[in-house]
Ligand binder design. Structure first.
Ligand code: RB5
Length: 152
């Protein structure tokens, strides 16, 4: 597994904490920035990570911003991305087991570093349950295909 990770300025410190966790766990990652707390626009880092995951270069991605909301909205505009905002470990596990989320997003202004580490661990450990959940995800993929090129 190779992870893509990114943040805006509002998620920079939380991203750094998650990178420390990934390093401790010997999980391979690439950091798409931000590389400081200088202000940047969250759709830019979300697009970089989402396109890298959707393109198959990375199997999964993690995005941080102040709330986790902006990067989640932006990442979900990329076809093939199922980004889930997770601020508790139950949601993180369900995002993996039921939604096959290929990106999770977290907010630095919402949760602390310890919980963020547990959330990332829960999501990484989760295995997609497939079955009826696969049928539902296929319906989302069909929505993407119908939507192709239209404004949302
Ligand atoms: C930046 O101030 C903040 O708006 C951003 O990090 C994020 O919370 C947006 O959803």
């Amino acid at each position: 597994m190779r992870l893509a990770i990114g943040s805006d300025h509002g998620g920079f410190h939380l991203k750094s904490e998650i990178i420390a966790y990934l390093t401790e766990q010997n999980i391979d990652y690439y950091d798409f920035g931000a590389y400081s707390t200088d202000a940047v626009d969250y759709p830019d880092c979300a697009a970089a990570v989402a396109e890298a995951v959707a393109g198959g270069e990375f199997s999964r991605g993690i995005l941080c911003c102040g709330t986790g909301i902006g990067v989640c909205i932006a990442a979900n505009k990329v076809a093939g991305i199922r980004a889930a905002l997770c601020h508790d470990t139950f949601s993180a596990r369900m995002a993996g087991e039921h939604n096959n989320a290929n990106i999770i997003t977290l907010g630095e202004r919402v949760i602390g570093p310890g919980l963020a580490r547990d959330i990332v661990g829960a999501w990484l450990a989760a295995r997609f349950a497939a079955g009826r959940h696969a049928r539902r995800i296929e319906k989302i993929t069909e929505m993407e295909k119908k939507q192709g090129g239209k404004r949302t």
